[in-house]
Write a protein that binds this ligand. Structure first.
Ligand SMILES: Cc1cc2nc3c(=O)[nH]c(=O)nc-3n(C[C@H](O)[C@H](O)[C@H](O)COP(=O)(O)O)c2cc1C
Length: 381
């Protein structure tokens, strides 16, 4: 069964990922992984940390001569900022007096010290930090090499920052990819992007932060991934859980879920057609490509609601956990908005879920076996 783990603190030596369960002989282009890492770091509104860290992956195991060998793939991303944090983050002897004691509302700080019985919030925030998502994005980049065997492609783009949302829709992901190449915010609507950038600048001056909504779309989909048979095999369940695991994602929409909820059934459900060229097809995709927890062959459409990040340069009120006095919350270098990055992390999580479901359906210890099983299935549909 495909699975992955990550380890590593935000200001520790490195982040690590271990991916197990991939078939042998998948050709792996490391540039794809590094491109994914670079895309995660971009986006107007990110803070100075992103200028320090230019993430590059180092493959430690599981790949030989450019191909997987069926063993766990180990990957490492070094934290360039580590040299400035050695004393604070040393494994044995830390050399500081300034413990973090002023929890930020909206972060894991206070809930984490309750749960783990800690006095220094740094023991919580180092791992709650979304720096961890770099390790997930490396996994997504690695597994993108696997998805290529099934002609599956995907892209995320920002549809809302704060109260400003785009006025356009584009279904074709190659068109989206072309437009967002020259966008600071991965946004397909240039006029609205200008307004978003102005808003980010204004909010930055105020010492505040912004959330928004990002959409992820695939080019096509293999029908039959996921299952209606059991609650935890439903694909919408797996996708939502994976997306909700991304720090700051507080809502997931599959297809037009929220606008569907206020319409009549006849205006919502995607009618079924057939012709010899296309096979079964739909003229609409309000379901976002999933019916009964199973892909129906239409592209997947997923939207994520992202909350404004908690660290504010004009901090909110809090209570010092040492003195119990009312104070201003702790602040560390912070982003203003992370919505474009959340889209890239969402792509990585979707790549992982789809790869897992493909391997559950088609199996195979060698990629040739997996592809052969997939082609047999498609030919027999
Ligand atoms: C790419 C990315 C970067 C983030 N950067 C920051 C940041 O600079 N400061 C901050 O307070 N939160 C940041 N966050 C959000 C926190 O990680 C998140 O709010 C926190 O871990 C609490 O988890 P929750 O929002 O899911 O409840 C970031 C999130 C992502 C996805």
């Amino acid at each position: 069964m495909l699975n992955f783990h990550t380890a590593g603190e935000s200001h520790g030596k490195a982040l690590m990922s271990i991916v197990e369960g991939l078939p042998a002989d998948i050709e792996v282009d490391v540039n794809i992984i590094n491109d994914y890492l670079e895309r995660r770091q971009q986006g107007y509104g990110r803070g100075n940390r992103m200028k320090i860290e230019k993430d590059k992956v180092e493959i430690i195991s599981g790949i030989r001569n450019g191909k997987t060998i069926g063993t766990p793939v180990g990957m490492m991303i070094k934290n360039k900022d580590w040299k400035n944090w050695k004393e604070i983050m040393d494994i044995y002897n830390i050399d500081i007096d300034d413990e973090v004691t002023k929890p930020r509302p909206g972060h894991a700080d206070l809930a984490g010290v309750f749960k783990y019985g800690q006095k220094d919030i740094r023991n919580i925030l180092e791992r709650a930090s979304a720096r961890e998502t770099a390790a997930r994005v490396a996994v997504g980049g690695l597994l993108y090499n696997f998805l290529k065997y099934f002609d599956i492609n995907l892209i995320s783009h920002v549809i809302q920052i704060g109260s400003i949302s785009i006025d356009k829709t584009i279904d074709n992901i190659e068109d989206i990819q072309k437009i967002i190449k020259s966008s600071k915010l991965n946004c397909i609507d240039q006029n609205k992007e200008k307004e978003m950038v102005d808003l980010i600048n204004k909010v930055k001056k105020e010492g505040n932060s912004l959330g928004g909504i990002v959409e992820i779309r695939t080019n096509r989909m293999i029908p039959g991934l996921g299952s209606h048979s059991t609650w935890n095999k439903r694909l919408d369940q797996s996708i939502s859980a994976a997306m909700m695991s991304i720090p700051s994602v507080k809502g997931v929409e599959i297809g037009n879920a929220f606008s569907n909820a206020v319409k009549k059934g006849s205006k919502v459900h995607d009618e079924i057609y057939y012709n010899d060229d296309k096979g079964y097809y739909r003229k609409t995709n309000n379901a976002g490509g999933i019916e009964g927890g199973i892909t129906n062959g239409e592209p997947l459409v997923i939207r994520l609601a992202v909350k404004p990040i908690p660290t504010l340069s004009k901090p909110l009120k809090t209570v010092d956990i040492k003195t119990k006095k009312q104070e201003e919350a702790f602040k560390e270098r912070a982003d203003v908005t992370v919505v474009p990055s959340v889209g890239v992390i969402g792509e990585a999580m979707l790549i992982y879920i789809l790869s897992k479901k493909i391997l559950i359906k088609f199996g195979g210890d060698n990629i040739k076996e997996t592809v052969r099983n997939y082609k047999n299935y498609i030919n027999n549909l």
